[in-house]
Design a binder for this molecule. Structure first.
Ligand code: SAH
Length: 363
């Protein structure tokens, strides 16, 4: 058991079983032993690899997407360019470099990075040292400076701690983590049931709810409605709310048991885009998508960008851009294009952002 495992067991011995939500929060962000707090988990040598780490094209295209969105907002100055959970800062660095081809936009940008991990904030600082843009850090999006904003979030919502309810004995009970007889951690269910959940369900079925994601999207949408702007969420998940257990733990690119070594593995869950849509609309924002990442990246120009980079590359590197493009847009197993989805939320005063159809009329 990891150091954090011992901390959690002591906590359970004192307070009783803890909810999955609390467990996930501790596993990811415990101030001493949390997964994101003590390490750089990204890249081939790390625990997992994300789109900006696969290719510079990802961040570059988002930088140009942001430039177009800014123009459609009436070119406000300054424009807050906010990124949620920036990892190594790679995507922002690529976006800022690409934005140089729109000098007015580039000059108006004021960057805010929302990062809970001090170790990653330090890495982001180094990555962006030579970007030339003013960059600030805040631990929560609520603390980001006011004003018209463009918000980018890649693989952020999937890291927010979720709750699970298990259908047990004809009732929904919240999933908890407790200590088993052998002194390890195991899942159980709370004694009290949840009378407010009315969904049907068969014994053992799992219902997921992510209160922190709901709150974040609702508050952010409210800000965009009031102060102007839009946000882009890219993540893996489903377009419709459905039952099922999507919690997964990954360490060194392998699926592992989420309870065996808390703090040593990444814990994520599918994003319920339908639920996020309800939150954003409840705050008065327009919602676009979700669309497949592959379709989105092609709509905003990844094919042309791939050709341009390939033509300019030295012969020994010419093949890498097409390989990266295929990995980002392809929809086969192991490719990201169909598995990841892209959703935008925006102030209703601005037109649909690049890459999206107008919002369908609602009854
Ligand atoms: N966007 C990056 C990293 C994704 S991993 C990429 O695509 O490579 C998730 C990121 O969100 C990490 O930077 C992590 O430290 C940060 N994070 C996770 N939970 C957070 C929270 N509650 N508040 C702020 N940042 C958080």
């Amino acid at each position: 058991m990891s150091a954090l495992g011992d901390v959690i067991k002591a906590m359970i011995a004192e307070e009783g079983p803890i909810t999955l939500e609390r467990y996930m929060e501790l596993a990811l962000l415990h101030p001493e032993h949390g997964f994101y707090v003590g390490r750089d988990p990204f890249g081939a040598a790390g625990d997992f690899i994300t789109a900006p780490e696969i290719s510079q094209m990802f961040g570059e295209l988002l930088g140009l997407w942001a430039a177009e969105a800014w123009a459609s907002m009436g070119r406000p100055r300054p424009i807050r360019l906010i990124e949620l959970g920036p990892g190594r800062g790679t995507m922002m660095s690529d976006a800022l470099r690409a934005a140089r081809i729109v000098p007015d936009f580039r000059a108006a940008i004021d960057v805010t990075l929302v990062e809970a991990s001090p170790v990653l904030a330090e890495i982001q600082h180094e990555t962006l040292l030579t970007s030339g843009a003013p960059v600030g850090w805040v631990p929560t999006v609520a603390e980001a400076p006011e004003g018209p904003a463009i918000v980018l979030a890649n693989e952020f919502l999937d890291a927010l701690p979720l709750r699970q309810y298990v259908r047990s004995g004809g009732r929904w009970r919240e999933r908890v983590v407790r200590v088993d007889r052998a002194g390890g951690l195991e899942f159980g269910v709370a004694r009290e049931s949840e009378p407010f959940i009315l969904a049907p369900g068969e014994e053992g079925e799992v219902l997921e709810v992510n209160p922190s994601a709901h709150r974040l999207v609702f508050e952010l949408a409210g800000r965009l409605v009031k102060q102007g702007g839009g946000a882009l969420f890219i993540d893996y998940g489903h377009a419709f709310t459905s039952l099922g257990d999507s919690l997964q733990a990954v360490r060194a690119h392998q699926r592992v048991d989420p309870l065996v070594e808390p703090g040593e593995a990444d814990l994520t869950a599918h994003v319920d885009f339908a639920a996020m849509t309800r939150s954003a609309r409840a705050a008065g924002a327009a919602v676009y998508g979700p669309v497949d990442q592959g379709d989105f990246l092609r709509a905003i120009g990844i094919d042309g960008r791939t050709r341009a980079l390939t033509e300019r590359a030295p012969p020994d590197r010419a093949g890498e851009f097409e390989l990266a493009r295929q990995r980002l847009v392809g929809k086969n197993a192991g490719e990201m294009g169909g598995f990841f989805k892209v959703m935008a939320i925006a102030n209703r005063a601005i037109p649909p952002p690049p890459g999206f159809e107008p919002e369908p009329p609602r009854s």
